[in-house]
Design a protein around this ligand. Structure first.
Ligand code: PA5
Length: 458
C-alpha cells in the first residue's frame, strides 16, 4: 500500500491552502514524542489490537471449526452491532463475490451464505428469518460486552425462531457466541447452556476487533483465508514501528488529518474508495474515526470537544453527488481517496458500428481504466481548486492487502489519539446512551426517571 500525500501540501495546491513546509516540519519534529507515547501505552496494555497479528491458537481453532463442523451449515447468521457487525460486513463486501447470497452452491464454492442482522428494525429481521432455513443455519452472536441491548434483543428473537423449529436442545448446536472471556450476560448464558464461545481479547475494543474472532470466525466460515488477512495486518504493523514519520504511513496519515482538522479548519474527513467492494469498509471507517477521536475531554481531563466528522463516499458514483461540494463548498474537508491499481477481472468496452463521435472514444478502453482515470481526474481537479486530499493506493484488493488496509486505519486511529491528546479506546458518549436505553426499557438497576425527557441534561 502507498500513501500519496503530496496534495495535502501548500506547494502542490494553490499556494494558499494545505500544509506549509513549516507545518510539515512541526509534525516530523513532534513525531518522536508521539511514537514514544504509543510505545509506552502499548507496554501498559492500552493498544491491545497490535497483538492481533499473532493469534496462532485462535486461528487454528477457527479453521478447524470452519473446515469441520462449519461445513454442516448453509447459512451463517451474525447478530451484532457497531464494532461487532461493521467489520464483518466490510470483510464480506471486500473479499466475497458481489451478491454472494444470490449465487448457487457452486458459485459460492459450497461455502455458506451469510446474513448480518445489525439493526433491530423488525422489517429486516422478519424478512431475513423468513428467508433462512433454521435447520441449516449457524447463528454467531457477537458482543464484546455481552450486554448490548440491540444484540440481546436480536438473540432472543432468533433463539425463539431456532427453538420453535428445532427444539431447545438441538438449537444449542446452532449457536456460537463471541464475547468477553469472563464477564457479561452472553458469557453467563453460554456457560449455563453449553454454547461454544470464542473470546474477544479484553484489551481490544469493538471498533478495533475485526481481526479478532469477531471478524475471523464468520470470515473463515465463508472461505476467507484468515492467515492471509493477518499477514497483511502484520505488514502494516511492521511499517508502523518506524520512528521516522515519513517512513510510517499510518502515523503520517493521522498527523496530516489531525493538522488539517485542528489547524486548517478541515474538520470533515471523507474516505472515498473507487471500488464498490470497499463500500462497507467506508462505513467501518466512519465508526472507527468517529468513536475513537470524538471526545469531550482530553487525556488530562480538560474539555477539548475533539473529533473530525468522518464521511464515506464511493467513486465514481459520488462524483455525481458530492464532488461539487468538494470543489466549490467550504474549505472544511480532506478527501482520502482509495485506489486499486488492479481492480481485478476487467471489462473491455466494446465497439459497435456507426458510433457517433461522442461515443467512439470509449471502445478499446476498459471499465477498470475508466474508474482509475476518473479518480485521477477528480484528484487533479481538486488540487487546482486548492482542496486538500491524499490517495491510498493498493496494488489490488486481495485478502492480504485488505488486512493491511484494515490494520493501517486502526494504527492511524491509535496514532491520531496521541496527536489529538485523547483516549481513542473509550466511548463514554455511547455508554451513556446505552444506560438510558436500559432505563427506558425497564432493566433492573436503571431508574426509569433517568431516561425521561424531563431529566436534567448534563
Ligand atoms: O466500538 C465500540 O466499542 C462500540 O461501537 C461497540 O462495538 C458497540 O457498541 C457494540 O458493543 P458490543 O460488542 O459490546 O455489543
Amino acid at each position: 500500500m502507498k500513501l500519496h500525500y503530496g496534495r495535502m501540501l501548500t506547494e502542490n495546491l494553490d499556494g494558499q491552502h494545505g500544509l506549509t513546509r513549516e507545518r510539515m516540519h512541526a509534525l516530523t519534529s513532534r513525531f518522536p514524542s508521539v511514537h514514544a507515547e504509543v510505545k509506552t501505552r502499548r507496554n501498559a496494555g492500552e493498544y491491545g489490537f497490535y497483538a492481533l497479528g499473532q493469534q496462532e491458537n485462535t486461528v487454528r481453532w477457527i479453521r478447524r471449526f470452519a473446515e469441520g463442523v462449519g461445513q454442516a451449515y448453509d447459512h451463517v447468521v451474525v447478530l451484532g452491532i457497531g464494532g461487532s457487525s461493521l467489520g464483518v460486513k466490510a470483510v464480506i463486501n471486500a473479499l466475497k463475490a458481489p451478491a454472494w447470497n444470490e449465487l448457487d452452491d457452486e458459485g459460492r464454492d459450497f461455502f455458506p451464505k451469510i446474513t448480518v442482522l445489525e439493526n433491530v428494525d423488525p422489517s429486516s429481521i422478519q424478512a431475513a428469518l423468513k428467508r433462512i432455513d433454521p435447520r441449516r443455519a449457524l447463528v454467531n452472536v457477537i458482543s464484546k460486552s455481552g450486554g448490548t441491548t440491540e444484540t440481546l434483543a436480536q438473540y432472543l428473537v432468533v433463539r425463539a425462531w431456532l427453538d420453535a423449529a428445532l427444539g431447545a436442545d438441538v438449537a444449542v448446536r446452532h449457536l456460537v457466541f463471541t464475547t468477553d472471556p469472563v464477564s457479561g450476560p452472553l458469557r453467563a448464558l453460554a456457560g449455563r447452556e453449553g454454547i461454544p464461545c470464542l473470546e474477544v481479547p479484553p484489551d481490544v475494543g469493538g471498533r478495533f476487533s475485526v481481526l479478532s474472532p469477531v471478524g475471523l470466525f464468520p470470515a473463515a466460515l465463508i472461505g476467507v483465508d484468515i492467515d492471509a488477512l493477518l499477514s497483511g495486518a502484520r505488514h502494516a504493523i511492521a511499517r508502523a514501528e518506524q520512528a521516522d514519520l515519513l517512513q510510517n504511513p499510518a502515523a503520517l496519515y493521522a498527523g496530516l488529518l489531525w493538522t488539517a482538522d485542528t489547524s486548517l479548519g478541515a474538520r470533515i474527513h471523507f474516505v472515498m474508495p473507487y471500488s464498490d467492494r470497499l463500500r462497507d469498509f467506508a462505513d467501518w471507517y466512519r465508526q472507527l474515526w468517529a468513536e475513537s477521536l470524538a471526545k469531550r475531554l482530553d487525556r488530562r481531563g480538560e474539555p477539548v470537544f475533539a473529533g473530525p466528522t468522518p464521511v464515506g463516499s464511493i467513486g465514481a458514483t459520488d462524483q455525481h453527488s458530492q464532488v461539487q461540494l468538494f470543489m466549490e463548498g467550504p474549505y472544511d474537508k480532506v478527501i482520502s481517496f482509495i485506489r486499486l491499481e488492479d481492480p481485478g477481472p476487467d471489462i473491455m468496452i466494446p465497439t459497435r458500428p456507426n458510433l457517433p463521435p461522442e461515443l467512439s472514444f470509449l471502445p478499446g478502453h476498459s471499465l477498470g481504466e475508466l474508474l482509475r482515470v476518473e479518480q485521477q481526474a477528480t484528484a487533479a481537479a481538486l488540487a487546482r481548486m486548492g482542496r486538500m486530499h491524499c490517495t491510498l493506493e493498493l496494488p489490488d484488493l486481495t485478502t492480504e492487502t485488505f488486512g493491511e488496509l484494515i490494520m493501517f486505519y486502526q494504527l492511524a486511529a491509535g496514532f491520531a489519539g496521541v496527536w489529538y491528546g485523547v483516549d481513542p479506546f473509550d466511548q463514554p458518549g455511547v455508554e451513556l446512551g446505552k444506560k438510558l436505553i436500559y432505563a427506558a426499557m425497564g432493566r433492573p438497576g436503571y431508574p426509569a426517571e433517568a431516561a425521561s425527557p424531563e431529566a436534567p441534561t448534563a
